[in-house]
Design a protein around this ligand. Structure first.
Ligand code: HSE
Length: 312
């Protein structure tokens, strides 16, 4: 197979996943930051990680232990191109931040490599290759960072082996605020502490909240979003891993946020709010992290931007 490009670079955005009530199934893209992955052809099959630069450099150059590399190995096994992939990774997303950095590298890699193929893969195939890459970092297959990084916006994914992906409309007055405290939290650790069982009443509450949140998005019902953007299952177990969690959340809500929770496995936190309240919500969240002696980066944005794309 030959005829595609010799080399392509793709930008894949960071993401918040899970979005509180949609553990492992619901996430949204953060267009302001992301990873840029460049993939070139080489004569012999296989995957070589040639360079890693940017805000993270101490990750494995071994393809099978690297999220981008593992995603490309999955792609190569399925597609069997008559060439190999050489990969350069430019990390824009900090490691262990809860901002979907491992997913973005995997997504960027398969989107760039897809541009080298004579017969490009369908988006859902790319999703499944990227999922194999994400598993390197988190120890499990989940899509709540992969899907928004690949497709953009707020994305719900149903199923793992045969995923159905749905981009959920977000009311135009909504702004997401995401605050990243400068500390590292390993996703695998934040997953390992989770109990395997869920109490029945919590299950009912969480199910109602997920349904309420999604229906609130479809109907632009901000009151429903406010009432349902509350994670009663995962957040109570993880919040102790984040210094000042309760104060950051309370600060966001007092400043007008509709809801505030952990971004992915943490330590980043996010809030949904209106455009008018976004500056105050962001300031309150950053102030509370500062009280914990944590420096922060923060972004406020409309949810609904583009997903991963090949750069010109
Ligand atoms: N949904 C995952 C979690 C995201 O919360 O553990 C982390 O990659």
């Amino acid at each position: 197979m030959s005829g595609g490009r010799e080399r392509a670079s793709a930008f894949a955005p960071a993401s918040v996943g899970n979005v509180a009530i949609g553990f492992d199934i619901l996430g949204f893209a953060i267009g302001a930051i992301g990873d840029t992955i460049t993939v070139s052809r080489r004569g012999s099959p296989g995957v070589e990680i040639r360079g890693i630069s940017g805000v993270v450099v101490d990750i494995s150059h071994e393809a099978r232990d690297n999220t981008a590399g593992r995603a490309l190995l999955a792609m190569a096994e399925a597609v069997r191109p008559d060439f190999g992939f050489v990969v350069e990774i430019e990390k824009g997303i900090p490691l262990g931040s809860g901002l979907g950095g491992s997913a973005a590298s995997a997504v960027g890699a398969v989107v760039a490599a897809n541009a080298l193929l004579e017969r490009p893969c369908a988006p859902l195939e790319l999703l499944s290759f990227a999922m194999a890459g994400e598993a390197v970092a988190s120890g499990g297959r989940h899509v709540d960072n992969i899907a928004p990084s690949l497709f953009g916006g707020l994305v719900l994914t149903v199923g793992i082996d045969h995923p159905r992906v749905k981009q959920i409309p977000v009311p135009p007055e909504i702004r997401a605020v995401v605050v990243h405290p400068h500390m590292f939290l390993a996703t695998a650790k934040a997953r390992a502490i989770l109990k395997r069982e869920v109490n029945l009443s919590d299950f009912v509450w969480q199910t109602a909240n997920l349904a309420g949140f999604i229906s609130g998005c479809y109907t632009s019902d901000l009151d429903m979003i406010r009432a349902s953007l509350e994670d009663v299952v995962i957040e109570p177990q993880r919040q102790a891993l984040i210094p000042g969690f309760q104060d950051v959340r309370r600060g966001a809500l007092e400043a007008g946020a509709l809801g505030c929770s952990i971004s992915g496995a943490g330590p980043s936190m996010f809030a949904w709010t209106t455009a008018a309240s976004a500056p105050a919500v962001q300031a309150a969240m950053q102030r509370e992290f500062a009280r914990q002696s944590l420096k922060t980066d923060a972004w406020s944005f409309e949810v609904g931007g583009q997903g991963a794309r090949v750069l010109p």
